[in-house]
Design a protein around this ligand. Structure first.
Ligand SMILES: [Zn+2]
Length: 120
């Protein structure tokens, strides 16, 4: 493979393509470096497909098999994904996904007075 660096400069983007693979957040639909996103997968609840809610978990190691989705580690994106049922579409889940495990990995909205985080 020959790397063609010049042609990549045509597009105006904040993302540096040489920094790694780029994925789309299912919450805000913005393209982002994969390293900046959480990979989420649907864990089999043991009842087989279509039976009962599927549990959605964070794939911290990014190694779990199967269909994955990508999400900013931001509760806003989580809520947006839930609202537009992006999990069902991205992970091929029928019914409503159980995102309890996901919520634990996201900073919750009741963090009043938490230093850092928000800067705008
Ligand atoms: Zn997002």
């Amino acid at each position: 493979m020959i790397q063609r660096e010049t042609s990549a400069r045509m597009r105006k983007s904040a993302i540096n393509p040489t920094a790694g693979p780029v994925r789309t957040c299912i919450g805000c639909r913005k393209r982002e470096l994969a390293v900046e996103l959480l990979r989420v997968v649907a864990a089999d609840s043991g009842n087989g497909p279509g039976n009962g809610p599927s549990t959605v978990t964070v794939d911290s190691a990014r190694r779990l098999p199967g269909r994955g989705a990508w999400l900013h580690p931001d509760p806003v994106c989580l809520q947006a994904a839930v609202r537009r049922r992006a999990f069902g579409r991205a992970l091929r889940i029928t019914g409503s996904p159980d995102i309890t495990a996901l919520s634990e990995r996201f900073p919750t909205g009741d963090a009043h007075g938490t230093p850092g985080q928000e800067n705008r």
